[in-house]
Structure formats: C-alpha cells, structure tokens
Design a protein around this ligand. Structure first.
Ligand code: ATR
Length: 277
C-alpha cells in the first residue's frame, strides 16, 4: 500500500509542505502520498484524536504546524532532545502504534544558513531576536554549530533566561534586553525569531547590531522585505534571507527521518523562492 503522510495545522491553506514533499517523493522515487489536513481547534482532545486516527488508518508520519506544535509534542509517546527543549514537535512518526516526536525547525534553519547561504557559524557572533517557540526550536542546533558568542534578545528577558536555563550550559550563550544591544557591537548573523513580522512589526533592534559583511535572516517566509530585513538592508547588510530555505531543509530532514533517504533541496528552494524586493 502507498505510504501516507500529511501536514496538519489550522489554517492550512497556505501550506507548501504537500508541494515540497511531492517533489521530494518524485525525485527519490518513493511510493507515498502527502496531504494537508485541517486540525480541529476544539473541543479539547479533538486534535489528538485526528492524529491518532491518521496513525491507526496506516499513516506513517505527519508534519505539524501552527497552532498544534505544543499539543503534538504533548501527545507523543517518545520525544527527541530537540523536541523536548522546544517543548514542541514539527514532525511525528507512527511506529508500532507509538507516536514519536521530532523538531527539525532549528536544524533546518542552521543547515540553510551554513550550507545554502555558505555562512559558517563556528567562531562567529550570533544574535537571535525572540525567545518564543521558534527561538526554542533553534537554540540547540545553533549552539551545536559552536558560535563564539550567542546572544538572545527579548522584550521579556526572563523568558530568554528561562530558555537558556532549559538548554543547560552548552556554550557561550546569554540573554539581554534590546536596549543593551546598543553597546554590544555588531554580529555576523542576526536572526529574527520573533513573531513581529507576522503583524508587520519591527522588534526594537538598533541598526548597530548589523555588519555589512554579515547576514540578516528572517524566519518568516514569503513576506518579501519585512521591516526587519529592510532595517538590515538600510544598514548596508548584503546577505539578507527569509525562511524559505529553512522550510525546505526541515522538510528534507523529516523526509530522511521517515524514508531513510535524503532528498536534494536546491531545486525546490529555487522553485519556492519569492524575490525579497
Ligand atoms: P513563536 O512560536 O512564533 O516564536 P511565541 O512563542 O508567541 O511565537 O513568541 C513570540 C516571540 O516574538 C516572543 O519572543 C515575543 O517577545 P516577548 O516574549 O518579549 O513578548 C516576540 N515578539 C512578538 N512581537 C514582537 C515585537 N513587536 N517586538 C519584539 N518582539 C516581539
């Protein structure tokens, strides 16, 4: 029987995952289907039922998107370390009646930066804006890339400190307020992991954090030149990118986890890339 996969979210109409996994399946000659499911927002427990029913009916795996990443993590029987730190899952695997949770968002992001954009992070100064779910998912993969310094700026600094405490002492990482950034010089990589761009807002980041030779990365994708990317461009930053590469890379990680073969990503990224201005 053809293996079944799906992405679940609400809303889900915007999702690119069926296209991405369809292209991967074709390229890797995998006998599988990948559909989009609208997850129920209520009543409580309805989401878990839909996920379990998909597994029981022969589903092999699922991607999970907003607003269900935390709930998907909670209902899993087994969880990876990355998912545990993020307290969120973006990929599930159904295995012998059990649900296994993973989170490939962070590793997809770091792969896009290091491999696709050609920006090695080892020994570099990296600044991440935000300490919410997206930042949680990214933290361990970022630290594994061994930056010289990793700074997390957030309006609510206690939230950034809690995130660091949860990750344990793994490298040079610290939290700060946006105001502190004025005196901290520039960073080779600045990542916007806040949800500000979703509402067209700009985190209160001073332009002094950018280095012209550096890179500014926006996690949101398909939103063209967001206020954050515009600020970076105006500060003279040459390397600006949105999260389309991360989206495709996390999909490739999930595909490899499910199918045991890793698809190439370049052509798919090129196909989905929207010019930034
Ligand atoms: P996500 O899962 O997208 O990360 P989240 O968990 O709700 O969403 O977290 C949102 C993050 O974006 C938080 O770090 C939030 O900052 P606070 O914790 O200080 O609230 C940040 N954020 C949202 N809007 C912002 C804005 N306009 N300026 C700066 N940070 C913002």
């Amino acid at each position: 029987m053809t293996d079944q996969y799906a992405v679940i979210g609400n809303p889900i109409g915007h999702t690119k995952s069926p296209l991405i996994h369809g292209l991967f399946a074709e390229a890797m000659k995998q006998d599988m289907t990948y559909t989009a499911l609208v997850g129920p927002l209520e009543p409580v427990g309805a989401f878990a039922e839909v996920v379990r029913a998909f597994g029981v009916s022969g589903g092999k795996g699922m991607n999970v998107t907003a607003p269900f990443k935390l709930e998907a993590f909670a209902i899993a029987d087994e969880r990876s370390e990355r998912a545990s730190l993020a307290r969120a899952a973006n990929a599930l695997k159904f295995e012998d009646g059990r649900i296994v949770a993973e989170n490939f968002d962070g590793i997809g992001l770091v792969r896009d930066i290091e491999v696709n954009l050609g920006v090695p992070l080892e020994g570099q100064r990296v600044l991440m804006l935000g300490a919410g779910g997206a930042a949680r998912g990214a933290l361990l993969p970022f630290l594994a890339a061994r930056p010289a310094e990793f700074v997390i700026a957030n309006r609510d600094i206690a939230k950034a400190n809690a995130l660091i405490a949860d990750a344990g002492a793994r490298g040079s990482v610290r939290a700060c307020a946006y105001g502190d950034l004025e005196t901290m010089g520039h960073f080779e990589l600045v990542v916007n992991a806040t949800s500000a761009s979703l509402t067209g807002d700009l985190p209160p980041v001073p332009p002094t954090v950018f280095s012209p030779e550096g890179t500014a990365y926006e996690l949101a994708y398909g939103k063209r030149l967001t206020p954050f990317l515009r600020l970076a461009r105006n500060a003279g930053v040459r390397g600006i990118a949105d999260g389309v590469g991360m989206l495709v890379e996390q999909a490739a990680e999930a595909f490899a986890w499910w199918r045991g073969v890793r698809p190439r990503t370049r052509a798919v990224i090129d196909r989905l890339t929207v010019p930034l201005d």
